[in-house]
Structure formats: structure tokens, C-alpha cells
Design a protein around this ligand. Sequence first.
Ligand code: ADP
Ligand code: MG
Length: 242
Amino acid sequence: MEALALRGVNKWFGRFHVLRDLSLSVARGERIVICGPSGSGKSTLIRCINGLEAHQSGQIFVEGTELTRDLKTIDRVRRETGMVFQHFNLFPHLTVLENCMLAPVHVRKLSRAEAEAAAMELLSRVRIPEQAHKYPAQLSGGQQQRAAIARALCMKPRIMLFDEPTSALDPEMVQEVLETMIALADEGMTMLCVSHEMGFARAVADRVIFMDEGRIVEDSPPRSFFSAPQHERARLFLSRIP
Ligand code: ADP
Ligand code: MG
């Protein structure tokens, strides 16, 4: 079964047509990197996939469940998808460990002991177990983003969605977050990553999707995307990336 399928998805913000007839199929375990100019609809696409935004026509299936406006369905899809944002979005008044335990306790109804054990295991996996009892503001940006990844994984999602997870980081912290993401890819997680880290795309992507003005204009394996982009806009985009 497909992990994710979009069929003819359209979305408008008022009169602005932000997603135009998007179709996409992602197999389980596939790693997709999404890139494209600012304003092309990448964040909106990711937000539609986990129900943070509603689409107006077409269909989105997440692990076989069609995303409708029904709240139960939206809840189910949110549980299947882990989301990591550019600005971490950790709760500032909770420790890293409490951030990681919140949803498992309140949504998955785990006991505190179970949630804590699972959270500590994931904090070890992203290599920050020693930060568990600190507050987000006491961590570096790279550590905060790794905590955000651990928090998302605590819900045992089947698909991980990343929206420019390294673009708010100081350059010296980008690599540690990419390494965490590469490790996740190596474990077989289905991943959709909006990212302009082309080294990451080459290393882990099965497909690179290039968006422009609300459309998917290119969908190719990284090797052909980087060596011979088909679309003029993609060529221009690549020529401007250092
Ligand atoms: P990207 O992530 O590719 O930079 P976005 O998906 O954030 O693009 O935005 C696509 C377009 O939709 C942009 O023109 C943006 O200004 C517009 N947009 C995004 N969110 C909203 C919103 N909530 N209301 C109105 N317009 C929006
Ligand atoms: Mg964006």
C-alpha cells in the first residue's frame, strides 16, 4: 500500500490558487525531498498532508485514510504523521522530556512511566539524553531541532514531514540535524522533507520534487534532477544554490 497519495489536489487562500492540481504517490519507506522557490506552496503542501490546512478539491490519502474535514479522520492522520518545523515549535515552559511526553500521555494515553521510558530512548537516539531535564531555551538550535524530531517520533508516526528543518540553524548545527534525519531514513521511515540541502537530497532522497507556482513541475531521482533538470525553473533554481 502507498504511504501517501494525492490526487488532483487544489487549494486556494481566498482567490489565490496556492496548490494546483497536485498528484503524488509515495510508497512506504520512500524518501522525498521537496524543493522550489519561496512561495511555491511547499509548506502549504506539507500542512495539507497532516490536516493543518484544508484542501478544497481532490483527494489526500495518508496510510489509506482519506483526509476529510471530519475531526476523527484528521486526528487519525495527525497520529500517523510526525511534523518537524523550521522553528522547532517546542513548548518553552516544558522541559525537553516533558515536551516529548505530552502527546503520548494525553493523546496515546500511555502511562507517565511508559511515556518517559520511550521519550528517553528517543532522546538517546537523537543523541541528547543529557538534555532531557533542560528547557528548550537552554539548548542550542541544533539540539532543539533534534529534540523536536524526538518529540515527533514519540507518537510513533508512520510518515515524517519536515518543513525546512535546518534553515533556521546556524551553519555549524546543520550537519548534526541532517545526520539525525539520515539515520531515520536508514531505518526505513517514510519521509517528506522540504529542504534546500542538496547534499542531503543526494544522500537520502529516492525522488526530488521541484515545485513552482503551486505545481509539481519535476519529480525525478536525485541523479537525474541534479545532472539534467528538465524544467527551466529548476535549472535556474539549482544554479543559484551554493
Ligand atoms: P513555500 O513554503 O514554498 O515558501 P508557502 O506554502 O508558505 O510557500 O506559501 C505559498 C503561497 O501561499 C505564498 O504566496 C504565501 O504568501 C501564500 N500563503 C501561505 N499561507 C497563507 C495563508 N495562511 N493565507 C494566505 N496566503 C498564504
Ligand atoms: Mg515554506
